[in-house]
Design a protein around this ligand. Structure first.
Ligand code: HEC
Ligand code: HEC
Length: 190
């Protein structure tokens, strides 16, 4: 009687363990009820922008990307070439460059313990310093199911760089799947 009960309890336990490790590369488990209950990781995916000057200066042409979306080495490189910023001149006074650069570096993905920041870092080689978040392997992988009709051909989105077009709470640092709405397509159901 005792052994039978042990076996009944043990099999599902083992199976959970196996499926858990098989998908360890993915994040689906992280949204699980238990994970939330037991406080596994912070509720936001990356730390929210908490610098008014950054919000103002780096959020005027596009979404103010959270510092935790790129490693410090990427930000350093970007801040040293603002006069040629993706074909635009985004130059700032030297003092602002220093101040914003320090903010970005101090809160960069490799200085953060938020879960998406950690995933971003582990998908990069130590020598990689991408200037685009949309060139980070982890970010590319997360978006590979999007069709051209949802993205490039979608007049309300056009580019993956427009995070907030689909992630309705991107400004809060939350990229949770349950908050995704693709314009013209509705909620994302995986
Ligand atoms: C004059 C307008 C302008 C300003 C100001 C500006 N940017 Fe940009 N930024 C751009 C353009 C244009 C792109 C390319 C967008 C595209 O290809 O869709 C870009 C792209 C980026 C990207 C890459 C996004 C991706 O595709 O992954 C990052 C990161 C970025 N900017 C950070 C910053 C930071 C940090 C600042 C403040 C120091 C800043 N930007 C200020 C115009 C600007
Ligand atoms: C066209 C809509 C769209 C745009 C634009 C977009 N995303 Fe996403 N994103 C998605 C979808 C859909 C998923 C969920 C994919 C899946 O099923 O795992 C996703 C997943 C993610 C995830 C993983 C979340 C999770 O719960 O696993 C992160 C992090 C993320 N996106 C960040 C970004 C960032 C940063 C940007 C901008 C540089 C961006 N996304 C732009 C649609 C978009």
């Amino acid at each position: 009687m005792k052994t039978k009960l042990t076996r009944v309890l043990l099999i599902p336990l083992l199976m959970t363990g196996i499926s858990g490790s098989a998908f360890s590369d993915d994040d689906e488990r992280e949204h699980g009820f238990f994970n939330r209950m037991w406080g596994g990781g912070k509720s936001a995916d990356v730390a929210m922008v908490d610098n008014a000057k950054y919000q103002q200066e780096c959020g005027s042409c596009h979404f103010a990307y959270q510092p935790g979306l790129l490693p410090a080495r990427s930000w350093t490189k970007m801040m040293s070439g603002l006069d040629q910023h993706f074909g635009e001149n985004a130059e700032l006074p030297a003092q602002d460059v220093a101040q914003l650069g320090a903010y970005l570096e101090a809160n960069a993905a490799d200085r953060s313990d938020y879960k998406r920041s950690r995933k971003i870092i582990s998908s990069l080689e130590a020598s990689d310093a991408p200037l685009r978040i949309t060139e980070v392997p982890y970010i590319i992988r997360k978006h590979r199911e999007l069709s051209p009709r949802m993205l490039a051909e979608n007049p309300q989105v056009v580019s993956l760089s427009r995070c907030q077009a689909c992630h309705t709470r991107a400004e809060t640092g939350s990229y949770s799947e349950s908050e995704i709405k693709i314009p013209g397509f509705g909620r994302w159901d995986d």
